[in-house]
Design a protein around this ligand. Structure first.
Ligand SMILES: [Fe+2]
Length: 255
């Protein structure tokens, strides 16, 4: 399969755009309707565009017929409450898949590492289409929180940490990177996440917003990182033991 990709995103897998002046906008995300949806962490979602125009957060490939994360259907009631957010999500003029506000409760760095995952945005994306990427527009002001990206899930040396003050705007190839957000709190974090199709229109938008992938990680204590990484390995080991025990119990029950 070959897909059209934005060279700046492809280069390092992410692009940081100019910071948006979030303080000038009303806090539209407080008016939206949220649904419980377990993602990476303790989360709820307020969809603006979903697979069928319902207020739900399921992957587009779980619908009938299944399809890639594109051609999202706008939800009138939500759009009416969030015209600015909708305008930002549609500004590039590219195909939009899912578009939703995520609410994330505070968590720990080790839990974030445990929750690292890759998205599946391009499942069923037709050959020759634009590669689906995601843009994260942070709405609440969380300068001490980070989106964590790793090329290799278990290798801290591949980690990229990008701070999330209000107005931070980052495009990420979330199918390439293992990713999750470390949100220190104390209040919930709100972020507009939109699936966009790569192509010339997205390239033009990135250029207009001075997209760059030059980035230096904020420092993080090495001993703290090592301890968190060890904790993750412990949790995975415990999980595999409990899965094996459950399988044994199931076998015994069926014999
Ligand atoms: Fe994700």
């Amino acid at each position: 399969m070959s897909y059209l990709k934005s060279s700046l995103v492809t280069d390092r897998g992410f692009v940081v755009l100019d910071r948006y002046d979030q303080s000038a906008d009303p806090q539209e995300w407080t008016d939206l309707e949220y649904v419980d949806w377990k993602s990476s962490g303790d989360t709820r979602f307020a969809p603006l565009a979903s697979a069928s125009g319902q207020i739900e957060a399921n992957g587009f490939w779980n619908h009938t017929p299944p399809r890639a994360d594109r051609d999202g259907v706008w939800i009138d009631a939500q759009v009416a409450k969030a015209p600015r957010l909708t305008a930002r999500a549609t500004e590039p003029g590219v195909n939009v898949g899912r578009c939703r506000v995520i609410e994330l409760q505070p968590n720990e760095y080790a839990t974030t590492l445990y929750n690292l995952h890759q998205d599946d945005n391009n499942r069923l994306n037709p050959d020759g289409a634009g590669w689906i990427v995601r843009v994260f527009m942070n709405l609440s002001d969380d300068p001490d929180s980070f989106i964590i990206l790793r090329e290799d899930r278990f290798d801290p040396k591949t980690e990229i940490r990008i701070p999330l003050p209000a107005g931070a705007q980052i495009i990420v190839d979330t199918q390439r990177f293992w990713h999750a957000v470390w949100h220190r709190g104390p209040d919930p974090r709100y972020c507009l996440i939109t699936s966009w199709e790569s192509g010339p229109a997205l390239d033009a938008y990135i250029a207009a917003h001075h997209g760059t992938n030059e980035h230096t990680n904020p420092p993080l204590d090495q001993a703290f990182m090592d301890e968190a990484q060890a904790d993750v390995h412990r949790r995975f080991a415990e999980r595999s033991v409990s899965i094996a025990e459950q399988a044994r119990a199931d076998r015994a029950a069926s014999e």
